[in-house]
Design a protein around this ligand. Structure first.
Ligand code: NAG
Length: 599
């Protein structure tokens, strides 16, 4: 997954609490009775026509739909490498590693089953339950395809049955929902499990959530309300897209909505996201930083250059990630998505990429955050050389895009971006990268430089004024090259292993598997609890000391992190990238093949 979607979600939650004070009572009007509390109790779904989101009459129905997409005429280049034969010892070691990951999944899944069945999350230290994403069983739905991939058949069947009987998108205790999060986790999870298993119960549930989410697009300009009061929508109140919308939340709905249209034959979902893509494409050459869109866009005015901060990381991330992934899904090596992707990569190199200053001088890259300002018509920019964990998906994005477009330069940058994150993992005493960091950078973004302590100290002084750099480094135990660690948590995120996985599948080089195993042993040692695995507060804890656990395990631990770890130690043909493309929550969808039409 990606996105600081997560961090903003906390801010949004605070706002929601306030909003709920005056919205709460009225919003109950349309609700069906709450779900049965007892796990396993059958839930009688209302007849199809009664489903609130199918019954709802849209105020602004779309009259002319974009046609269903078809694959490009030519087959795309292969994404996966040709894998050399594996030595017997190597295979044995790989299978041991794979089984260790599977055991970790079973442990966390069992904790969820026993303590939080059908709720959004289990708390991995105290064994409590909480609802963070609408109360529709986020962990259950996010785990469906992982259960299938790990061949946990009985658990898969039990989870499908529970989703079918006991999860209803006709009711929620949440006052508003995040349309993006609901799309990538619930719609993505259900569609992916359907694509893998062909179980019609999953498609029916995916249609339900699709119907619900489509109501968020019922606005005058057909752009979605991303932080959505679904109760107001269900009462038929008028709604409009927001002037302040995060790029990631507007631009990362394409894969799920398009796949839903392809498997149902209902063109409305694809139409809804195609309109967004067309607006993005029209705006891309003419922003303050041509090729990139800012983190903040104005969906009400359709202004895709509203903000002044440009980045590939949190709050923007998956909008970029979905460009090559849409090309992969649709089998289109040229056209709307491939072109937007190529332009965004070129602009990222010119404006965002930097080489961090490190003791070894190894060639690596990070994309920073560009702050732009306009004075007298002139655009001035300043690059913040930051490195959030969320940025670590970029190596994988360029690996996929580089293979699809047969561009060796992208593949070179993919390796450098992935090595940057591995260096950040290795730099911390716990062997795990922090949530956010500021880094010292080499003067030339394109090439590594020799270690220079005074450059590092100057970066520390700039990042944390006033204060004496040496004292700051000592007091905060800053690793060499790090100027500041504003948020030292690790919250079980997948982005780094995601890129290592893609590097492995696209190069076939088994050294990426060894890097993955080193990451795994560090992560498991840091986060393991008797029940499951937990986010931790401080990865910069001295070796030998255990940092405090945050008692949180977001659904992406089972949906993404453990899936990528498992797949890198599996046969490369299991969920081949030549047949599947992962959404930003690591849910694989079946790709259209060149020359084919429909599913
Ligand atoms: C490959 O990508 C680089 C960087 O975006 C670009 O400059 C170059 O023209 C591309 N090469 C081809 C053959 O498209």
């Amino acid at each position: 997954m990606a996105t600081s979607r997560r961090r903003w979600f906390t801010v949004a939650l605070l706002l929601l609490v306030v909003a709920s004070l005056w919205r709460g009572l009225a919003s109950r009007a349309w609700r069906l009775p709450p779900l049965p509390a007892t796990p396993g109790t059958p839930y009688a779904a209302p007849p199809d026509d009664d489903f609130i989101w199918r019954r709802l009459k849209h105020r602004y129905p779309v009259t002319s739909l974009r046609p269903l997409p078809t694959a490009g005429a030519d087959a795309l280049p292969g994404v996966q490498a040709h894998f050399a034969a594996e030595a017997p010892e190597r295979k044995q070691q790989r299978l041991q590693r794979r089984d260790a990951i599977r055991a970790a999944f079973v442990k966390s899944w069992t904790a969820y089953k026993e303590h939080a069945w059908l709720r959004d999350e289990v708390t991995p230290v105290t064994g409590q339950q909480k609802d963070t994403f609408g109360g529709w069983g986020a962990t259950l739905v996010d785990s469906l395809d992982t259960l299938w991939i790990m061949d946990l058949g009985a658990d898969f069947e039990a989870a499908v049955d529970a989703a079918h009987r006991s999860i209803s998108f006709a009711t929620t205790q949440a006052h508003t929902v995040n349309v993006f999060e609901t799309t990538i986790r619930f719609l993505g999870g259900l569609l992916s499990a359907y694509d893998l298993s062909g179980d019609a119960r999953l498609l029916a549930k995916a249609r339900d959530v699709g119907h619900m989410l489509y109501a968020a697009f019922d606005t005058p300009n057909h752009l979605p309300v991303t932080r959505w009061d679904l109760h107001a929508a269900a009462r038929g109140e008028a709604q409009a897209a927001h002037a302040s919308t995060l790029l990631a939340e507007m631009g990362s709905l394409g894969l799920e909505f398009t796949r839903l249209s392809l498997v149902t034959g209902d063109a409305r979902y694809h139409d809804a996201v195609q309109r967004i893509a067309e607006l993005l494409a029209a705006a891309q050459p003419a922003t303050k930083v041509p090729g990139l869109w800012p983190i903040l866009v104005d969906a009400a005015a359709e202004d895709f250059d509203a903000g002044a901060d440009y980045a590939l990381g949190g709050m923007a991330d998956s909008a970029y990630e979905y460009l090559p992934k849409m090309a992969a899904l649709l089998g289109q090596g040229a056209g709307l998505y491939a072109d937007m992707y190529a332009r965004s990569v070129e602009a990222s190199r010119a404006h965002l990429f930097f080489q961090p200053l490190t003791p070894t001088g190894e060639a690596m890259l990070f994309p920073g955050v560009l702050h732009a300002s306009v004075t007298d018509g002139l655009v001035e920019t300043r690059l913040e050389t930051s490195a959030g964990h969320l940025i670590c998906f970029t190596g994988g994005m360029l690996a996929l895009g580089g293979r699809l477009l047969a561009n060796a330069t992208h593949l070179d940058w993919a390796a450098k971006l992935t090595r940057g994150c591995l260096w950040a993992y290795d730099s911390l005493p716990t062997g795990v990268m922090p949530e956010t960091s500021l880094l010292a950078a080499c003067p030339d973004a394109a090439s590594p430089c020799a270690w220079d302590e005074s450059v590092w100290h100057a970066a520390v002084a700039r990042a944390q004024p006033p204060g004496e750099a040496r004292a700051t480094i000592r007091d905060q135990r800053l690793p060499p090259g790090f100027a500041h660690i504003p948020d030292p948590r690790y919250i079980l995120r997948p982005e780094a292993i995601e890129s290592v996985f893609l590097m492995y599948r696209t190069t076939g080089d088994p050294r990426w598997q060894d890097r993955a195993w080193a990451m795994w042993t560090a992560i498991d040692a840091l986060t393991s609890t008797p029940l499951a695995n937990s986010a931790v507060w401080d990865v910069n804890t001295p070796a030998g000391e255990a940092p405090a656990k945050a008692d949180s395990m977001e659904s992406f631990w089972l949906g993404e992190t453990l899936k990528y770890f498992y797949l890198i130690f599996s046969e490369p043909g299991l969920v081949s990238m030549d047949e599947w493309v992962f959404n930003t929550e690591a849910h694989p969808f079946r790709r259209l093949r060149g020359g084919t039409v429909g599913v």
